[in-house]
Design a protein around this ligand. Structure first.
Ligand code: NAI
Length: 344
């Protein structure tokens, strides 16, 4: 019997509802058997309900197979409103944020295929900040356990996805204790994976390499802040933030969302690039395929990947962020047609 997956849907803010709906439409075209359960959180929800996150959110998440999510807005001017993203990552213990970056032929400047694995629960995102006598302090938290599990994840990801190199990104030349610990733990874990080459890059050099020689990179593992920043640099090298998706992996659940933010400048205009969200849906299919040994989902992910590349590389159905004038719906309809005609 075909398993029916229980998928939480968190539409988010800004362009979130448009692109999450696009992903659900495409998953339906792929005949992905799912029951979708809508979850509520974020700034729009807060404006309507006075709550940043629905009551019983974390109970509702129990029993879900995965969550497909749009971006959530954290307004910098409202000091009382804390990031729901950070809350979800902490409460659901989403310790590894996996962001694959693959070039598009005739579009990206070079050919490459690398992955940033960002530690997702620690570093400066724990939010310990103080103001004392005109001096602002922020705590950077790096724990042995945090560094260990993300490093283990990165090596095991490299092994199962055909990468023979994992690079730790740090600034241990300056932050000798905190980044020093992250680096040391990484090289300890590396001993368990002798077939994978382990090396290191200082974070500024990593930024340079992503732009200059992305074809030389494999899997990069980083503390939280560096991964956040480098992912946007990597997205620019791919061609647009709107093309990149991510998987946030926890022990019990995984959450899939695009790399970009809420893009308030284009929200509601019907021109958001849905591909980052579609890439996230693809990563969700692969994750579920591995978790439940459901080979069919892997095939669906592959069909989706081929359709996405065909749309960008050959058919050139491009939203404005890619220099075109297609709408979100044009991209979704074309991908849906390709899938249904089995012509990917
Ligand atoms: P952003 O990522 O929202 O947008 C940066 C630029 O890229 C804008 O010009 C935008 O129009 C464009 N862009 C982004 N996604 C696009 C898409 N799918 N199609 C076409 N163009 C796209 O910028 P920023 O400043 O990083 O984020 C804005 C807010 O979003 C932040 O203040 C934060 O609150 C939130 N955010 C949420 C994230 C999440 O939920 N995971 C991640 C990053 C930011």
């Amino acid at each position: 019997m075909v398993k029916k997956y229980k998928i939480g849907i968190l539409k988010g803010d800004g362009i979130g509802p448009e692109i999450v709906q696009a992903a659900v439409d495409v998953l339906n075209a792929l005949e992905f058997e799912a029951e979708y359960i809508e979850l509520h959180a974020g700034y729009e929800y807060f404006k309507k309900s006075g709550k940043a996150i629905q009551d019983g959110f974390f109970d509702a998440v129990k029993g879900l197979d995965a969550i497909l999510k749009g971006p959530l807005y954290t307004p910098p001017h409202e000091k009382e409103f804390r990031s729901i993203n950070v809350l979800l990552r902490r409460e659901l213990d989403l310790y590894a944020n996996v962001r694959p970056f693959r070039s598009y032929k005739g579009f990206s400047l070079k050919e490459f295929n690398f992955v940033i694995v960002r530690e997702n629960t620690e570093d400066i995102y724990t939010g310990f900040e103080f103001l004392y006598r005109g001096v602002a302090l922020a705590l950077k938290i790096i724990s042995y356990d945090g560094a260990r599990r993300v490093s283990e994840f990165a090596f095991s990801y490299a092994r199962s996805n055909g990468f023979n190199r994992v690079t730790v990104v740090h600034k241990a030349n300056i932050l000798r204790i905190s980044d020093g610990l992250f680096r040391e733990v990484f090289f300890d874990i590396a001993k368990n994976y002798p077939e994978v080459q382990a090396d290191e890059l200082i974070v500024d050099t990593a930024g340079y390499m992503i732009v200059k020689n992305p074809e030389r990179l494999g899997v990069l593992v980083t503390p939280n802040l560096y991964g956040d920043i480098l992912a946007d640099v990597a997205a620019a090298v791919v061609g647009s933030l709107g093309l990149c998706g991510s998987a946030q992996i926890g022990r019990d659940i995984a959450v899939f969302e695009p790399v970009h933010g809420v893009a308030l400048d284009i929200a509601g205009k019907g021109v958001a690039n849905p591909i980052g969200e579609l890439e996230s849906a693809k990563l969700m299919l692969i994750h579920l395929s591995n978790k439940y040994s459901d080979r069919k989902l892997y095939e669906k992910a592959f069909v989706l990947e081929r359709a996405i590349h065909k749309i960008v590389e050959e058919l050139r159905i491009l939203t404005p962020d890619l220099g075109g004038n297609s709408k979100t719906s044009d991209v979704v309809n074309s991908i849906t047609k390709l899938i249904q005609s089995n012509n990917t």
